[in-house]
Write a protein that binds this ligand. Sequence first.
Ligand code: ZN
Length: 268
Amino acid sequence: MNIFGKAKWKLRYYCVKNLGKIPGFLDGDNYYCNLCGKTSRFFMSYGTKSAVALSMIGSGVRRHCECPRCFSHDRFRWIYEVLLRYSDILSPERTRFLKIMHIASEPGIKAQIKKKSGSLAPMEYLTGDLEQIYSDVKVDVTDMHQFEDDSFDYFIINHVLEHVPDETSAMNEIRRVLKPDGVLFISFPMCLDRKTYDNPEITSPADRLNAFGQEDHVRLYGTDSAERLAQFGFEVKPLIVKEQMSKKEFTRMGLIPEDTIFLCRIKR
Ligand SMILES: [Zn+2]
């Protein structure tokens, strides 16, 4: 993003934050954000027009994407909803027994998990990233030598794998550090009109943008994503917004109907 783009977004946040202080400005029941737990009269549009003609889920401008109160985005709310429905991470009786790795954690979710786990100190929730500045620990998903086999009850990794050239090492490492009965939640940008496209010879930012939809993506996932994940030794269950809730519900939460998170368990 260039300097004008950054200035535009900063101005937008400044305006919304201050307008939000006007009594009643945000009040209404049209939209509900599960992350801040509040309703609003509107959600804000977010995203930039895609520079290439790829129909990736969640790319481009979404009209009702951003909560004006906590600035959460559609996909942050969907992973949080999935954690609420399909894990015991946010259950006060269970969290203290769990060990969780969350790679490139979505804003707001870490705070919710820490809040829910409260004083239940034994729970170990770690955020990881290639740069430790953004997380609790520095983690390269293709080489997690610092963690023993069978370390985690949950491994959460969204919108990361499309940046990782060595997909096989990453998936093998995730399977290694996950406990035998552990759960992997994983997602990535996907196209629903083609199969996964992977070509290591495409390396320049311009060529990657054209082929994969973003300058720093190394792969474009498609309709065969579940089978692709299964090849790494997982049983895969796609959790798709429109199959998990009614249109009324997902519209009110500003979710993308096709947004998909894969719930994976190690094949026995
Ligand atoms: Zn919110």
